[in-house]
Ligand binder design. Structure first.
Ligand SMILES: [Fe+2]
Length: 125
């Protein structure tokens, strides 16, 4: 049984998927069950991952880490997602860019998530 918005990864081929509509079946890729990505909310290492949500002139800015996360080819933030009362929004980031995303939205009850290609899925507090 899945839950809407859960993220799963295939540890063989690297596919990552998000559940848009929950179903009863087990998610399988490359012949084995996909791994449910747990949303982490507390940093313990040197690099900081917990997304920080701020209001900006355009709407909402999400920064990854109270210390900016690396954006190198081998280690970077792949996407930032915001889940709000008025909808879900995602921006894909690239190595060399800033570890942040800005969304032109006005919303309440904002939860931000981001995915680091090495350290996985993180959620704002
Ligand atoms: Fe990381």
């Amino acid at each position: 049984m899945t839950i809407q918005r859960q993220n799963y990864r295939c540890n063989i081929c690297g596919n990552i998927i998000e559940v848009l509509h929950a179903g009863k079946g087990e998610l399988v890729c490359c012949g084995q069950p996909m791994e449910l990505l747990q949303e982490k909310t507390a940093d313990t290492g040197m690099e900081k991952h917990v997304p920080i949500v701020e209001t900006s002139a355009k709407g909402i800015k999400v920064k990854v880490g109270d210390v900016p996360h690396p954006m190198e080819e081998k280690h970077h933030i792949q996407w930032v997602e915001v889940i709000t009362d008025s909808g879900d929004y995602r921006q894909f980031l690239k190595p060399g860019g800033k570890p942040e995303a800005e969304f032109q939205i006005r919303a309440q009850n904002i939860v931000a998530r981001e995915y680091c290609n090495i350290h996985g899925l993180w959620k704002s507090k």
